[in-house]
Design a protein around this ligand. Structure first.
Ligand code: SF4
Length: 393
């Protein structure tokens, strides 16, 4: 390695800030092991107890009807399409109750941009969930859905966020970020808002006391520089708001959908991005890897490259499963994966507070009812088979 790269790595490992240009240099030129060691040094300093967290939640898709027609999306159906569906509030509540029985602390309500779903729909939905299950955290929707409801209802971003927060929204999911820079975003989601608008919604929400996560979808033809630019755009907002709790990159699954044949992000690219993200985001507390898209081995390796959280055991996910992710697991597997990496597994809540630390293997979960449920849920409204999710967005 050149002295330059050594110096950048050392500064970042010591907690110093690196520039986007330096991050790009690390991403493209640093040797993998020193890169991972530097990122892991940051992780150790932040979390010296060696704990790696996970979450139990349920992702409930309320509709697959969408007017935004992203080119990468195998989940949506255009309005009036015969395979379009929407779930009733009663059905969504039933699934929330089922999730709570299985130990979920959070629900992620996600869906398409239905032409009739304005802020009133979300107020009613969140209000109903909170009325029925006050303790269930609603970590749901994203800036794209918020912008959609502003258009349908003719309200400002601020009014929309205030109203859905008052109705029960606790936290905004980082979904819909895809790639934030203009060129790759327009290539895969030409009808979606710009990356700047996505961040603007987050900034407004953070200012109103609604925190969020931030995601990134790698592997749809973006360049290395565009990947790092995505990180820079998020870090700049985080400098002003501090509202992003975690960064969650994941890899695009091309099977079954429109971008099939595009170059996918390799496991190595993913791990390098994970490590660079840990070094670059000196202002974001948590780094979550998406072991369900990349596979367990890569997920476990990510724990040695700066990751402190493996996201969720989810009970249902349609958007991702429709796109072909097939890495299934269950609670037992996830805990084993963390423990066999030499870390201490802990169930967390949405705010990363530890709910249950598995200090020894004797503390590991053995709930057969949960595990059998994980392997038996059918996808409602279509899909190619249940698969666990990619991201706790
Ligand atoms: S990714 Fe979301 S916004 Fe885009 S088409 Fe699919 S459901 Fe619609």
């Amino acid at each position: 390695m050149t002295p330059d790269i050594d110096g950048i790595l050392q500064r970042a490992a010591d907690g110093g800030r690196i520039s986007a240009e330096e991050a790009l240099l690390l991403y493209t030129d640093a040797l993998l092991h020193p890169l991972g060691e530097a990122a892991d040094a940051v992780r150790r300093r932040r979390y010296p107890d060696g704990i790696v967290t996970y979450l139990i939640d349920r992702n409930i898709n309320y509709t697959n009807v969408c007017v935004t027609a992203c080119k990468f999306c195998a989940f949506y159906r255009a309005p009036k399409h015969e395979e379009g569906w929407s779930h009733s509030t009663e059905e969504i509540l039933r699934r929330c109750g089922e999730a709570i029985e299985l130990g979920a602390t959070q629900v992620m309500l996600q869906g398409g941009h239905h032409p009739e779903y304005g802020v009133e729909y979300y107020e009613s939905l969140f209000g109903s969930v909170k009325a029925a299950y006050p303790a269930l955290v609603i970590h749901s929707i994203g800036p794209s859905e918020i912008l959609h409801m502003t258009k349908v209802s003719g309200v400002t971003i601020e009014e929309a966020v205030r109203r859905i927060k008052a109705a029960g929204l606790d936290s905004i999911a980082g979904a819909g970020a895809e790639m934030l820079p203009l060129r790759p975003r327009q290539a895969i989601a030409p009808l979606k808002e710009s990356g700047e608008r996505w961040l603007e919604v987050m900034e407004v929400a953070h200012g109103l006391g609604v925190e969020s996560t931030a995601t990134m979808m790698m592997g749809t033809g973006e360049t290395n520089a565009e990947r790092i630019e995505h990180l820079r755009m998020i870090r700049d907002v985080q400098d002003r708001t501090g509202g992003f709790r975690a960064f969650i990159p994941w890899t695009y699954q091309p099977e079954n959908n429109h971008l099939k044949g595009r170059t996918q992000a390799t496991s190595l690219e993913y791990l390098r991005l994970i490590a660079v993200a840990r070094l670059f985001f000196d202002n974001v507390a948590h780094l979550q890897s998406s072991w369900l898209t990349t596979g367990k081995d890569v997920g476990q390796l990510s724990l040695h490259m700066g990751v402190d959280d493996l996201g969720s055991i989810m009970l249902e996910e349609n958007v991702i499963s429709s796109a072909g992710a097939r890495h299934r697991s269950n609670l037992h597997d996830l805990v084993w994966l963390i423990r066999s990496a030499g870390r201490i597994p802990a169930q967390r809540d949405t705010l990363y507070r530890h709910l249950r630390v598995h200090w020894t293997p004797a503390d590991d979960p053995t709930d057969e009812r949960v595990q059998s449920h994980f392997s038996s849920i059918a996808i409602p409204g279509g899909g190619t088979g249940r698969s666990l999710p990619l991201v706790d967005a």
